[in-house]
Write a protein that binds this ligand. Sequence first.
Ligand SMILES: NC(=O)c1ccc[n+]([C@@H]2O[C@H](COP(=O)([O-])OP(=O)(O)OC[C@H]3O[C@@H](n4cnc5c(N)ncnc54)[C@H](O)[C@@H]3O)[C@@H](O)[C@H]2O)c1
Length: 469
Amino acid sequence: MNDRYLDFTHSPFGKTLASMLGLPTPPRLNRADAAWAAQGLAGAHVLVGGDSAAQLSQPLLAALTASGTQLRIVPEHAGLPPLKAAAATLKLALAGNPGPASGEAPNRAIVFDASGLSSPAQMRELYDFLQPLVRGLVSNGRIVLLSRAPDAADSVGAKTMATALRGFMRALAKEVGKNGSTCNLLEIAAGADSAIESPLHFFLSPHSAYVSGQSLRITAARGQPVALAGSLAGRSALVTGAARGIGAAIAEVLAREGAQIIGVDHPSQEGALGETMARIGGRGLALDVTAADAAQRIAAEAGGLDVVVHNAGVTRDKMLRNMSAQHWDMVLNINLAAILDINEGLLKRGLNEGARVVCISSIGGIGGNAGQTNYASTKAGVIGYVDAMAPAFAKRGGAINAVAPGFIETQMTAAMPMGPREIGRRINSLSQGGLPQDIAEAVAFFSSPAAAGVNGQTLRVCGQNWFGA
Ligand SMILES: NC(=O)c1ccc[n+]([C@@H]2O[C@H](COP(=O)([O-])OP(=O)(O)OC[C@H]3O[C@@H](n4cnc5c(N)ncnc54)[C@H](O)[C@@H]3O)[C@@H](O)[C@H]2O)c1
């Protein structure tokens, strides 16, 4: 569905009127319009900084260089020594920051390595670096912070500051969202330094246009890091609920990345499923995911799967006092029990070594909406489930994660009454609903072997929706 207000505020008349009346103007977001490229950030200028005890300078500079970015530094700041030492080891040139009046290309992103912060006084280094730069952040700019995961911190001070950084990141994301920019935090576990490349690329790229205010934990993974570009080529991927909406977008984006798609949808949607699959060269499987033999039928149809995306989901909203047992059972069975049962079956037969599973949760499962006790139970359950299953998937060289969408423009949200729909759309840092593609891009990232160090995580793709945050 079109966001008419956003379109209006970008027309000449609407722009003037909005500015006269002091109305908000939702920014237009730059989204990816092609598959991951080998040097996905080629030519983009990235300003790099860090604290004086930063621990990740070397993997950070190596990762940015691998993606084709042009590195810039602020010549006077506390974190320069670790950066310069890393650049010397890697034989990299660091250009000075030219400043807004120089006529040179602006910085597309700012990355700050805060992994060495261990006291409130030292956090001043982060303030000193970023405070003068925020005003000049380009529209659709990116700020990415790096830290050690709080639970991997080796002192009270380090844990305190790694947690302080989460608050800083969330607050800054709310400030920069007005011009379509995002701010996110990568928390790097000990031993996972070499796994930062792909998550960093994802967060710096247009593939993460609707992800802001989020932290993602990166852990060590088996094997050598893999680049995102081409990493899904030829892989077999199953997507449930693929006939329309978010599921269709996930199937399309995975196909764009070269995966062979098997789309599953309820037999009542066979026609629509066929049309979606025909568009992307995929195969359709008309199947109710709650069928007792669902896993066996999937395994028989697919052979070995590299990627499974559990997207099929329904709502049947009613206050608990009025909710029928039928609607309770239906939502629990489709949104949660089917995921557990299908995975259990596929873990016995149907998943290739290294397979990656992505489940679709919801911010409704985090915040809890009145009238959605059934739905919220399932979507919160998914978050606990991926956490609980992560070790089992890691043992096989794979991973299981969840994506929690916020307000996404689909048939489901188009059917909402206008008032709640308008509120739902605007209560986030980017003042607009997301598109199915936004969820699909995050799912594609999680589906890729390039996201090897991401396991058991739930990423909100919600424009930093205020709900449940
Ligand atoms: N749209 C949003 O704003 C939003 C927000 C948060 C989470 N989500 C979640 O994203 C997922 C997709 O949502 P959507 O908005 O695209 O919904 P949708 O209703 O447009 O699509 C859901 C698909 O799942 C299929 N499905 C339902 N029951 C099935 C069954 N028993 N077996 C097989 N297929 C079945 C439907 O036929 C449909 O094609 C859902 O899990 C939903 O809970 C959506």
